[in-house]
Write a protein that binds this ligand. Structure first.
Ligand SMILES: [Zn+2]
Length: 153
């Protein structure tokens, strides 16, 4: 069965984006060792995070790079310690990736649209995590990242 003609350009465009996704992931994997080498020099010039450096609180993404770094080294517990949501989103990305290939082989676009309720739910989870992490830091001095507990003690 062939797709209607008006869906072919959209499918072709989504396949192009799927290829772009693979090129970006491959580039990220190839460049990651250079990031690890150069990050100290880069972050000595550029502030790594404005909320972290100026206000001594974590932004929703603080620890994400370290979590990804640990995850790429298969250190799951360390990755969870740095940023649990990064691990969850990496797992969701892996599941999406399997389904993307399945959808592609069935003649559909590899991408699925995220519904508005799901995007709202994801935003709520990220904001709740952000608030909880800073509440634990400021009120209870619990800091799994270990960067800011010295300031709040
Ligand atoms: Zn941050």
């Amino acid at each position: 069965m062939t797709a209607p003609t008006n869906q072919r350009p959209a499918r072709r465009q989504s396949i192009v984006w799927f290829i772009v996704f693979h090129v970006a992931v491959a580039a990220g994997i190839l460049l990651f060792p250079f990031y690890r080498i150069g990050s100290a020099a880069v972050f000595s010039v550029i502030p790594s995070c404005i909320l972290h450096d100026l206000f001594h609180v974590y932004c929703p993404f603080c620890g994400g790079t370290r979590a990804l770094d640990e995850l790429l080294h298969f250190h799951l517990l360390e990755s969870l310690r740095y940023h649990p949501l990064a691990v969850v989103f990496a797992a969701l990305l892996a599941v999406w990736y399997v389904f993307a290939w399945a959808r592609l082989f069935r003649g559909k676009s590899p991408f699925i649209a995220i519904s508005k309720p799901l995007s709202v739910a994801l935003t709520v989870v990220v904001v709740a995590f952000w608030l909880l992490r800073n509440l634990l830091l400021i009120v209870f001095h619990i800091d799994p990242l270990g960067d800011l507990v010295g300031f709040w003690n």
